[in-house]
Design a protein around this ligand. Structure first.
Ligand SMILES: Nc1ncnc2c1ncn2[C@@H]1O[C@H](COP(=O)(O)OP(=O)(O)OP(=O)(O)O)[C@@H](O)[C@H]1O
Ligand SMILES: O=P(O)(O)O[C@@H]1O[C@H]([C@H](O)CO)[C@@H](O)[C@H](O)[C@@H]1O
Length: 207
């Protein structure tokens, strides 16, 4: 309770935290300690167990809890309109850099502005559903801006990555991640595979 008051919490909130902490400690055998991560998880309950498609406010809480547990959080972003082998290879490579992988996905209007009015082929919910089904992916979060900069600045992952078609200095949000002590990495590139190439190939065959 003293710690909560010293951290600036009001009296009722400090009492609630002290009570929650006491409940956790008495459930342990003998003389026991309590970590901030344990208190945080108890406070936020089931929400932090969520994985898959998630809204940004809940994601930020889940990331903070993961980082308090000592987990390294990796983040990337993109359109992922028609998922292909290049995407899967780079997402698997991304996951191997840490413990958790977040994929931020452009919403439909954002893709229309970026890639033209005939895109996306697949709507946001379907694109997010496919990504969430990959073993390498922990959380999928949508964003509606032209770039994921604001979202990345709020999430502050430990490692920010993009595929090999990017240069580190062109990666939106990279400066904020590095200023926070994180890393920015460009991963491998699977030659000859892209969503646009798949669409062209289908159109050629059907002509
Ligand atoms: N062939 C590939 N190998 C590795 N990474 C890739 C490849 N293609 C795309 N990526 C990565 O996947 C993410 C999403 O890219 P995006 O959805 O634009 O794929 P794309 O196939 O290039 O699409 P489009 O052809 O519509 O531009 C980006 O981080 C990009 O670096
Ligand atoms: O699918 P793309 O074209 O790789 O995804 C874009 O990535 C951009 C990149 O993060 C710039 O550094 C981003 O600005 C854009 O919104 C798409 O997510």
């Amino acid at each position: 309770m003293g710690l909560a008051l010293a951290a600036g919490h009001a009296f009722p909130e400090a009492m609630m935290l002290a009570n929650l902490g006491a409940g956790l400690v008495v459930a342990k055998p003998g003389t026991a300690t309590l970590s901030i991560a344990e208190l945080y998880t108890a406070l936020h309950g089931d929400k932090l167990a969520e994985f898959g498609v998630i809204e940004s406010a809940v994601l930020i809480e889940a990331v903070r809890a993961a980082q308090l547990r000592g987990e390294r959080v990796v983040m990337t972003n993109g359109c992922f309109d028609i998922l292909h082998a290049g995407h899967v290879a780079y997402l698997e490579q991304a996951k191997r850099l840490g413990d958790r992988l977040i994929v931020a996905v452009n919403d439909d209007a954002s893709i229309g502005r970026l890639k033209g009015p005939k895109r996306p082929i697949n709507p946001l919910n379907r694109r997010m559903q496919v990504l969430a089904g990959l073993g390498a992916v922990d959380w999928v979060v949508p964003f509606s801006d032209d770039t994921p900069q604001a979202l990345i600045e709020a999430v502050l992952p430990d490692i920010l990555v993009k595929g090999g078609d990017y240069r580190p200095e062109d990666i939106a949000g990279g400066a904020a991640v590095m200023a926070n002590g994180g890393e920015v990495k460009v991963l491998g590139f699977e030659d000859g595979v892209s969503t646009s190439a798949m669409i062209s190939s289908i159109l050629d065959r059907e002509r």
